[in-house]
Design a protein. Structure first.
Lengths: 143, 512
């Protein structure tokens, strides 16, 4: 039991609390903006199953493993799973959302440069989880 | 305390004893054995990831199923068979003496709680399940091969009951059996950490126990709680699981902090800076432990409101943790510090605790979490806690209690070499894994594409793991050799600090 004054510790704790409040407020604000899906975003249905990704575009065409999008357009992914939980991830664009059977999760992004990026599964889903990969192809606008 | 090895007794006398130090010794040996077993699995993982596979063939492990089983058993072993039993070892040795009682409150219950661990460990190791240490449905229901998965479920069930029994024993021992002259405000902080931890266990574990039963009946096909094909919801399991296992993080870390509270003031030759703030921070952590489980599930499709609530609940743990760090540093400030081996481990552990906590703030901030979630960042983050903080405090405490348990001193030089190698190794492995996560490498993968950054950082991490492996081999030789051949310890002052810095650990409760 210490009888001495403890004010340095309380100042320190106040500083830590202030820092955390700042981090929390910034994070809240950024997430609020990020989660706002723009009007008219093109919907792509993403389906995960052991162990590949299927993409269905608005015009009804489907691709497996390769996702084709155009620069400058916004896309909204509707993510489903046919068997176990997967996690749809385009790390270069910080797109990450679990594919949960029985649910439809949404996440959106808007590619800003032509190029190719890796798509991977980020939630353990069994034998070939390590190779449940795909490629995002960002192309020039078609019109 | 006791001198089991200085005065040899037949092994069955220790095995069938209900005396608290005998059970402490059983816990100690069991937990250290599983430290080495679980650690060797970690080495196998790191060797496998040293390079991406060439033409589909692994470096060490032939197929991904074996790899998945190895990391599952690695995690299960080190959490449930090393960290928790080790804390029980320390609690059994020290808590009755610190509250000045002749034994634990219920000695037979104490022995039962220990003897539930070997059969549970046998189930986990003979089964070798593959569904990671959190057995996420529906994978664990429809895809994970039995009987491994079922053996794991039964093993965890037994371990859960064991830790609840142990927790009840600690709570009663501390609250009801402490010496009548001793107020609760005089109970040492190490014993306080066990009190708080035990309360968390009693509140948190039943949830997981229920979830395990539901998982089992789902696997048997008679129910569909978590199986979407039968109308269930796998995310419900995540909630039940993390409602137990986020508080469990504090069950793991609080005894380690308690051990540091024992080591730091002794080797600084100063009383603890603020006993009251230590108690306050323990109680605060126990409360906020229950407000943050959802941060493990940010990417499951949680609403913005849910994420905000759990982010605030998570950040609330930071000030209380920071109070412990402040308390340690303020205690060392102006102290006449002796950097013997236990002190080095404790100070190293505090440094890594700070680093791990700082990384945790990044995880909990919602937008940043989507960059780090389920990546190697998370692996590095929680290993800085379980290895850098908890294992460091625990190993420091092995050295600290070594003379009291064996009556002999360990080799100081080997202990210091062990520390330096482990410290460097831990930084190489787990700091690197943070960066690897920012480059996007997912967790739990057997093989990875040959991306140059990934290869380089995996190799740094694997070399770090080798360094830790070498240091642990030194540790093993040191404790085995010194327990029979080390020089005799001065039991009143084994570390040469001046006797008044100790509790009367030479005090020995009579056998019964």
């Amino acid at each position: 039991m210490s009888g001495h004054s403890n004010w340095p510790e309380w100042i320190y704790v106040a500083v830590v609390i202030a820092l955390m409040a700042w981090v929390g407020a910034e994070a809240w604000n950024a997430e609020r903006i990020i989660e706002h899906i723009p009007e008219g975003a093109e919907v792509i249905k993403v389906t995960g199953q052991q162990w590949f990704w299927t993409f269905e575009y608005e015009d009804g065409t489907k691709t497996i493993g390769d996702l084709y999008v155009e620069v400058g357009k916004a896309y909204k992914f509707e993510i489903r799973s046919k068997d176990v939980i997967h996690s749809f991830n385009i790390h270069d664009y910080v797109v990450l959302m679990d594919a949960v059977p029985g649910r439809v999760n949404t996440v959106w992004f808007a590619p800003d440069a032509v190029g190719e990026h890796d798509i991977q599964c980020r939630e353990y889903c069994g034998l070939i989880h390590y190779n449940m990969r795909g490629t995002l192809h960002v192309e020039e606008p078609s019109t | 305390m006791v001198l089991e090895l200085a005065k040899p007794r037949p092994i069955w006398q220790i095995m069938f004893s209900t005396h608290h130090t005998d059970i402490g010794l059983l816990y100690l040996i069991t937990s250290l054995a599983f430290l080495f077993l679980g650690g060797s699995l970690a080495l196998a993982i790191r060797i496998e990831l040293f390079l991406p596979n060439v033409e589909g063939a692994g470096q060490l492990i032939a197929d991904s199923m074996t790899f998945n089983r190895i990391f599952t058993v690695h995690g299960t072993t080190l959490i449930f068979l090393f960290i928790i039993p080790f804390a029980s070892a320390v609690g059994n040795y020290f808590v009755p003496i610190m509250v000045r009682y002749k034994d634990m409150a219920y000695p037979k219950l104490n022995a039962i709680a220990f003897w539930m661990i070997p059969p549970a460990a046998a189930l986990v190791w003979l089964g070798f399940a593959d569904f990671t240490w959190y057995a996420q449905p529906p994978y664990s229901i429809i895809s994970a091969p039995g009987p491994a998965a079922d053996m794991w479920i039964f093993g965890l069930k037994i371990l859960g009951v064991s830790s609840v029994l142990g927790a009840i024993n600690f709570v009663i021992t501390i609250l009801k059996c402490k010496h009548p002259d001793m107020s609760i405000g005089q109970v040492p902080l190490l014993a306080w950490s066990f009190l708080v931890t035990s309360v968390i266990i009693i509140v948190a574990i039943p949830t997981f126990a229920a979830a395990l039963l539901m998982l089992l009946t789902d696997r048997l096909g008679v129910s569909g709680f978590f199986n979407p094909a039968m109308g269930g919801d796998p995310i419900a399991y995540s909630h039940l699981f993390w409602f137990t296992f986020h508080p469990e993080v504090y069950v793991l870390v609080l005894p380690a902090i308690g051990m540091m509270y024992e080591i730091i003031p002794r080797f600084s030759r100063k009383p603890i800076y603020s006993y009251n703030s230590g108690v306050f921070a323990f109680v605060m952590l126990a409360l906020v432990a229950f407000s943050s489980w959802g941060h493990h599930m940010f990417a499951t499709g949680m609403s913005f409101t849910e994420k905000t609530v759990f982010m605030v609940g998570t950040l609330a743990a930071v000030p209380a943790s920071a109070m412990h760090v402040f308390n340690f540093i303020a205690t060392m400030w102006n102290g006449r510090i002796k950097f013997a081996t236990p002190m080095m481990w404790a100070v190293g552990g505090i440094a890594l605790f700070f680093a791990a906590g700082a990384g945790g703030v990044v995880n909990s901030a919602m937008p940043l979490d989507f960059s780090t979630h389920d990546s190697y960042w998370v692996v590095g983050h929680f290993h800085l806690f379980v290895m850098g903080t908890i294992a460091f405090a625990s190993i420091g405490f092995v050295y600290y209690m070594f003379p009291y348990v064996t009556g002999r001193m360990y080799n100081e030089t080997a202990g210091k070499i062990h520390f330096f190698l482990s410290f460097v190794g831990t930084i190489l492995v787990f700091f690197t894994q943070h960066v690897l996560g920012l480059y996007g490498m997912p967790r739990r993968i057997y093989d990875y594409p040959p991306i140059p950054e990934w290869i380089a950082m995996n190799q740094i991490a694997s070399v770090g793991a080798m360094i830790i492996g070498v240091s642990m081999a030194i540790f093993l030789v040191n404790i085995i050799y010194s327990s029979s051949k080390g020089k005799l310890a001065d039991i009143h002052d084994p570390f040469g600090l001046g006797g008044k810095y100790y509790y009367p650990f030479e005090a020995k409760n009579p056998h019964h």
